[in-house]
Ligand binder design. Sequence first.
Ligand code: FES
Ligand SMILES: [Fe+2]
Length: 424
Amino acid sequence: MKPHEIRALRELMEYEATRTAPPEGFPIFPDLLGGRYTSQAFYDLEIEHIWKKSWLFAAHIDQLPEPGCFKLWESAAQPVVLVHARAGEINAFYNTCSHRGAPLVTVDSGQRERLVCRYHGWTYNHDGELLAVRDPEDYRGLDFSCRSLVKIRCERFGNLIFVNFDDAAPTLTDWLGPIADEWREFEFENCRLACHHIWDLNCNWKIAMEANTEVYHVRSIHPHTVAPILDDRRNVNTFYREGHGRMVAPRPQDKDSALVSYTDTTPNEISTVGEIARTCTQSYGIFPNWVSPLSQYAIPPLLFWPNGVNKCRLETWTLAPDWGSGERPDMWTENNGERLRQVLIEDTEFGEWIQKSVESHGFKGVPLSYQEARIYHWHQSADRLIGTENIPPELRITPVLGEEWMHPNEPRLALARAQRRKAA
Ligand code: FES
Ligand SMILES: [Fe+2]
């Protein structure tokens, strides 16, 4: 992060702590409607548009480290196999044989010289080209070049592998927008995969994710875990045009920041990480389903996946600097991970209850405050990607967060300076 950006963030933190109302000109959010969490029609629109057109984090290179390694990936409700084709190059295919649709692989991961369908033996290389079929003489004019595996777009951000089902989508770098630059200091090209866990939850995936998209809940839900390390009144939210969001909150001023942190337990650190990530809690939401704090010690993303209207799957990952021969860090369940696990238990406690509420006759809608603006920004971005005209009128939301609030625009800076002048 550049020095002027750091200075601006510090100014905004003080502005947030001293303001007595939402910033002048900041919109009032219409209630979010419960149907967005309960309706099969909206869920189907998400599958058709959000999951099909977004870049989705699928795997870490450590999960398929060498040529020939493969990894089954079905988190986006599509049968996908990732294949390490040649040094560093990853291909993604539908796990669907071009003959009659049998799977190429049926185990989570492994290493193979060729992809051979076990149904009738059709054989493909790591680029998905059909090399051989059994009894070719029984076909007349079978054009191998038309029978390759169907490829899916697949790009890397450092050691992370993303897929996108939409040929018309922007590149991954364009999708990340300014965040691709902001994340340079974390050296994703060096991070190792320490751990990966799956948690099944009984609520719509957005209900689970939204518990991690605001700090309004911190003092109630996390009095002993997050509240001691994060000054929620000084939190600064940033909205990116692409639908992503960021929060940055400093440590409480009355605490010794060297003593309170829940991610200071990995053996190594990323030396290039700058001041903000070292002294604040900084978390990014990457549209549609990635939420992660980032620090010099580790990057522990949460990924939220739909599993039906009222069920979801939460993946917790630990990306860490190389731990060499030391203890493998796991921010979530093992070794030094107990504190983040506790945070996660607190964040997921109400998911099932909220799902029952939004499905009930008594639910009226969600009134979001200024502090919860990243949630509204997400929904607004979702409707844009789905196409408002495709959404039944009773499920749409009104886009009220205008361009003037999208990064790098920052009307709060002028307000902060005016407020300071007034106080002086
Ligand atoms: S379905 Fe794959 S060879 Fe027949
Ligand atoms: Fe939380």
